[in-house]
Design a protein around this ligand. Sequence first.
Ligand code: HEC
Length: 141
Amino acid sequence: MLADARGHFADHCAICHGNDGSGNTTIGRNLYPKAPDMRLDDTQRLTDGELYYIIQDGIRMTGMPAWGKEGDENDEDSWKLVHLIRHLHELTPAQLKDMEGMNPKSPAEIEEERRDQEFLRGGAEPAAPDTTKPTAPHHKH
Ligand code: HEC
């Protein structure tokens, strides 16, 4: 159940909350209010039900989106995330590393990986597109 939740958290929550729940990410730090360190008392004091409804409904007027599916009163994924929030403090370095692999990738990272793969397969490393030179339109007279 926790492994499942780690994947889900890495994919949907970590961009703001960090894989470790610290909130120490570029977006998490710069939101106002910022993403809290969920390993600390302020979050851990909330009941399971409170955490569940925050995940389902989000927090109005903040960066915290609602994740509940319309009409789903007992969303298993959200309960798993509650379970993970209780266990954030004991994530191991190996688990955090594993979560990094499940974090969403930017288009630039996907392209870089694709080119690395191509290179490893023995192809010549294609030059990155030169964005400094505008491609001159070719005029026909
Ligand atoms: C776009 C950024 C963003 C994403 C993505 C996000 N959160 Fe949040 N979250 C926040 C912010 C900001 C707060 C603090 C809001 C506040 O202070 O009222 C917050 C608060 C929370 C809280 C309440 C903590 C507390 O102590 O009050 C929980 C629980 C939570 N998020 C869980 C999640 C989960 C689980 C996910 C993924 C399914 C998620 N969040 C995705 C930004 C985000």
